[in-house]
Design a protein around this ligand. Structure first.
Ligand code: ADP
Length: 621
């Protein structure tokens, strides 16, 4: 819409138009009435001016009654010549025979004695009352008044009148006067009209300005801008409306702020929730989804909006939207993919309007993967422990049964059987001790006495002991093939670490024991100690059985053994490496393994080393 059409359709224009039209109508009516009135007034005055005074008409009447026409004519001419009226252009005296007896115009002198052609005069002379006393004629573009006055009429009756006098006068001074007044009136009217248009526009503006302001304000409110405040100038209806709109704007702003604050609060709650939350409309299209839920389903939040909740939760062929709305029991959803294991418990609730109409649903997703893992680990652990204890117990029972059944009477056999019972009992005690230690580690109740120690010395100390043991074993062992050789490749620098020396010795013992245990053919065990930029790394390599690649990840799990029977035969519990891992992690260290089956294994431990050595303490020791 152009500005022009907009203006013509505006209230402002319409108010101004009505105002101006009223003004024009009023001016027209007033003007017409006024001019008409003035014209009549002026004409009446003019007629009075050109009416001959009675004494003159009486003299002319007397002259007409004179028997002597010439004398009469002279008398008439005298009277007419004495007339001093500038308005009168012509005055003719006509006797009852219709003969012109006198005239004031010089050019009309020769008409004296001729019959008049004036029909009105003839009518009056004939006693016809319908003659026109005054009439207007147009003569050469000039309006003239012709006034016929009967002479010597008694009470206006025309019977036996001696003659008539016809006076002709120009009306131009009268109309000139009227025209002048009219011109003045038109000019004044035009000025009044222009002034009234301006005034009307101004007045209309004062009326529409507050409306425009309110309009502007409400448009802004609709756009969410509440800053505009209407000025209140009076107490009229529009001012009251402006006041109400101001109030309304304030209320809307307040409630919008409250709603926004609520939404922000809800947003931040949803954002920081560990549980996933998503809301969907009754068609199942997602309308709200928090970050946790988006992470669970592996989709961007923006991308998830509008998607179907059933598709998003991978529930196709498992559950329909209808089932979800009708059955509000929680259920499990497996959201695992190639990159992660993820099991969630989904709790569904409905969004209901006050009328009871269901407008959507909210699904809360609780991650139960860890819980599930812990549960299954615990079940596994209990089953493992029972299994591990049952084997030695069954063995003990069968040997005790055999002894009871008579083997006790055979001293050699009894000795042998008791030896087995002793071994198995020892193993069970070891296992229980290991389990207790693990439990203490799990609960964080293990007593750890951290000390800064020289790792070179501690490692050497452990290795020296093994040297001794292996030497003794070698002496007692008849088979020469099973020879062990411990090689040391230590850094020349001293390496200081903060550990509990007893516990750490236990870890090293376990790894060294394994190196011997799982190298049935002997070989070289290489012990290395190196220093990197920030960490000390020690490693123990053997040339034994090695660990299959598939088992490398499980080697530090509780009760895991590559070969259960071999481990058991060696008196192993399957808990040594699990304890070692926990202990090393207590010192903020890391333990890992590298192995090639049938070639050998290398166990590594890395620890942060200490730069500042408390020399006094060391010296004191
Ligand atoms: P165990 O009491 O059975 O030795 P560990 O926790 O010490 O328990 O070791 C777990 C398993 O890891 C062992 O049963 C064995 O199969 C494997 N293992 C540990 N050390 C070695 C090694 N040096 N060479 C080959 N296999 C090893």
């Amino acid at each position: 819409m152009t500005a022009m059409t907009k203006f013509f359709q505006s209230i402002r224009f319409r108010i101004a138009l009505v105002f101006v039209l009223l003004m024009i109508i009023a001016l027209e009516l007033l003007g017409a009435f006024f001019v008409r009135q003035m014209e009549q007034q002026n004409l009446a005055t003019f007629q009075q001016q050109i009416t001959l005074p009675k004494y003159l008409t009486d003299q002319i009447t007397t002259a007409l009654r004179d028997k002597d026409t010439d004398t009469g004519n002279h008398q008439i001419q005298d009277v007419l010549s004495g007339l001093n009226n500038t308005n009168i252009q012509e005055a003719q005296v006509i006797d009852k025979t219709g003969t012109i007896r006198g005239t004031i115009s010089v050019s009309g002198q020769q008409t004296i004695g001729q019959k008049t052609t004036d029909i009105n005069a003839q009518k009056a002379l004939a006693g016809d009352q319908s003659y026109l006393q005054t009439r207007t004629i147009n003569e050469g573009g000039d309006r003239k008044e012709l006034m016929t006055t009967p002479l010597g009429a008694t009470n206006g009756r025309l019977k036996d009148i001696p003659g008539v006098i016809v006076v002709k006068a120009s009306l131009s001074p009268v109309y000139k006067n009227i025209n002048n007044v009219m011109k003045l009136f038109i000019i004044a009217g035009l000025v009044a009209l222009i002034a009234s248009i301006a005034l009307a526009l101004f007045l209309a503006r004062t009326l529409t300005r507050p409306i425009e302001q309110i309009n502007e304000q409400t448009t802004k409110i609709a756009d969410g801008d509440y800053s505009m405040v209407n000025h209140i100038y009076g107490s009229d209806e529009l001012s009251q409306l402006a006041m109400s709109v101001n109030e309304l704007s304030m209320r809307i702003e307040e409630s919008t702020e409250t709603v926004n604050a609520e939404r922000n609060r809800l947003d931040s709650v949803l954002t920081h929730m560990a549980d996933g939350v998503l809301a969907a409309n009754r068609r199942g299209e997602v309308t709200i989804i928090n970050q946790a839920a988006a992470d669970f389903v592996g989709v961007d939040r923006e991308e998830a909006l509008g998607k179907n909740v059933i598709d998003l939760l991978h529930l196709k062929n498992k559950r329909t939207l209808r089932e979800m709305l009708e059955n509000l029991d929680d259920f499990r959803v497996d959201l695992s993919d190639d990159s992660k294991d993820l099991l969630v418990q989904a709790y569904v609730s409905l969004i209901k309007r006050q009328s009871g109409f269901i407008s959507g649903l909210v699904v809360v997703l609780h991650n139960i993967t860890e819980q599930q893992r812990i549960d299954s680990e615990r079940r596994m652990f209990v089953s493992n422990v029972s299994h591990e204890l049952r084997t030695p117990l069954t063995s003990v029972r069968s040997y005790v049964d055999a002894l009871a059944e008579g083997a006790i009477n055979d001293p050699d056999m009894a000795q042998n059987f008791l030896g087995v019972v002793q071994d198995e009992t020892q193993r069970m005690i070891r296992m229980i001790n290991d389990l207790l230690e693990l439990s203490r580690l799990d609960q964080g109740t293990m007593d750890v006495k951290l000390e800064v120690i020289n790792l070179n010395s501690l490692f050497n100390f452990v290795l020296n002991r093994f040297d001794m043991i292996l030497e003794n074993d070698a002496k007692n062992d008849e088979s020469p093939s099973k020879r062990y050789n411990i090689l040391r490749e230590f850094t020349k620098e001293d390496v200081w670490v903060e550990v509990d020396p007893d516990k750490f010795t236990q870890v090293l013992d376990n790894i060294m024991n394994n190196a011997v245990k799982y190298s049935p053919d002997g070989g070289t065990i290489t012990a290395r100690l190196i220093k990197t930029k920030t960490r000390a790394i020690l490693s123990i390599s053997d040339q034994g059985l090695g660990i299959p690649r598939k088992d490398l990840d499980n080697i530090f799990n509780r009760f895991f053994r590559v070969d259960k029977s071999r481990s058991r035969a060696q008196g192993g519990t399957g808990l040594g490496l699990a304890i070692s891992k926990e202990v090393v992690e207590k010192f903020n260290g890391r333990i890992w393994v590298d192995s090639v089956e049938n070639k050998g294994s290398t166990f590594y431990i890395s620890l942060a080393y200490v730069d500042e050595v408390p020399e006094d303490d060391w010296d004191a020791e």
